[in-house]
Design a protein around this ligand. Structure first.
Ligand SMILES: Nc1ncnc2c1ncn2[C@@H]1O[C@H](COP(=O)(O)OP(=O)(O)OP(=O)(O)O)[C@@H](O)[C@H]1O
Ligand SMILES: [Mg+2]
Length: 237
């Protein structure tokens, strides 16, 4: 592969030991080309969140190796993993996790500053990039679900990560709002060549991806490229 941003070799994760050991990821090999929009799907318990957490250095593998954006993650200590997360990856979750007592702008700014992008500039720019620059001074309670999720995306991309990890980002949104959020992710993916790894149960979302990887029982059971991804506005579910 010309420019892989994620390389996993026999990557495995077992939770617990002995009688209570659970194999969540059973030694997968994976390469993801930089700039790809990847959908990761599969049944509940198949290992999707586990894989995302290993790519994002939230968790550590028990077998194999993983390299993301040129950084070998297995073997890093806690402090090194924290630094990696701050500098290289952004996270978006199903529940937006905004701080209710801070405005949209302050929510984004707080995280941008932790990564050394000081001042209002990068935070405002990120809110503009997700199409809600005009909502900067509102508190989360005064924003719709889709707007709150776009603040969460702005927060994740203000530091311009190479990789964005999204776990069910439309899981608590209706169809119309979900399409808007997916459209924002697709646009950021294209404009910034930011690799997106999006976990979803919703098989319809696969149609907008460049590549669709399905997991079952901690293994990759299918991995297909999509030569003609459709626009997020055309998805139906
Ligand atoms: N912290 C943990 N301790 C023990 N077992 C865990 C832990 N986290 C996940 N598991 C187990 O690992 C397996 C994979 O879990 P994972 O959360 O990756 O699945 P998933 O594909 O994201 O599922 P869902 O679609 O329900 O979110 C499951 O059997 C789960 O019970
Ligand atoms: Mg999960």
């Amino acid at each position: 592969m010309a420019d892989p941003v994620v390389t996993a070799v026999r990557l495995g994760k077992t939770y617990g030991t002995g009688d209570v050991a659970v194999s969540a990821l059973a030694g997968i090999d994976l390469e993801i080309e930089s700039g790809t929009f990847v959908v990761l799907s599969g049944p509940s318990g198949s290992g999707k969140t586990t894989l995302l957490n290993l790519v994002g250095a939230i968790d550590v593998p028990t077998e194999g190796s993983i390299t993301v954006d040129g950084v070998r993650l297995d073997g890093l200590d806690g402090e090194e993993r924290t630094r990696f997360r701050r500098e290289h990856v952004g996270f978006v979750f199903q529940f937006f996790n905004l701080i209710p007592t801070l405005t949209a702008l302050e929510n984004v700014q707080l995280i941008a500053e932790m990564t050394g992008r000081d001042g209002e500039g990068p935070a405002r720019e990120a809110l503009e990039a997700v199409g809600i620059g005009d909502r900067a001074d509102r508190f989360p309670a005064a924003l719709s679900g889709g707007e709150q999720q776009r603040v969460a995306i702005a927060r994740a991309v203000a530091k311009r990560p190479r990789v964005l990890l999204a776990d069910e980002p439309t899981g608590s949104l209706d169809l119309a709002t979900g399409r808007v959020v997916l459209g924002v992710l697709r646009r950021l993916n294209r404009e910034r060549a930011m690799t997106v790894l999006l976990v979803t149960h919703n098989t319809a979302i696969a149609e907008m991806a460049d590549r669709v990887i399905r997991l079952r029982d901690g293994r990759i059971v299918s991995d297909v490229s999509n030569p003609a991804p459709v626009g997020a506005d055309r998805l139906e579910w």
